[in-house]
Write a new protein. Structure first.
Length: 120
């Protein structure tokens, strides 16, 4: 994958996911809406992630639960707990659940992106 020129939906999913700040999670559905695909496709992209340090796929959660994780759900919980993304009952807090909320959080944390569509 090229961070400068992502060419697939999976590349773009990974790029968007790096914008989600620590302490936040994003639903499969919200990420799917941003990409114009399905939550199941997002799940497949996350399963294919081999750069767990660079692409924080542990921040993608289901609407009412944590969802899966290639290294196991306990490891996902541990990572999210370290980031402060879970409440006292191990449920996600600060959940991004829509594209508009994604961009608001990105802007609030100075993590927006600029796209130059005129650059050949």
């Amino acid at each position: 994958m090229s961070w400068k020129d992502p060419t697939t939906r999976r590349d773009i999913a990974y790029l968007l996911l790096t914008i989600v700040p620590p302490g936040y999670t994003i639903t499969y559905n919200a990420l799917a809406q941003l990409l114009g695909t399905s939550p199941r496709a997002v799940g497949a992209y996350m399963r294919a992630n081999r750069d767990l340090i660079v692409v924080p796929c542990h921040r993608v959660v289901a609407k009412r639960r944590l969802g899966g994780f290639s290294k196991g759900i306990d490891f996902k919980k541990k990572l999210l707990k370290i980031e402060g993304a879970l409440d006292g009952k191990a449920r996600p807090r600060n959940v991004i659940d829509s594209p508009s909320e994604f961009w608001q959080v990105a802007e609030k944390h100075g993590r927006g992106i600029e796209v130059d569509l005129d650059d050949p």
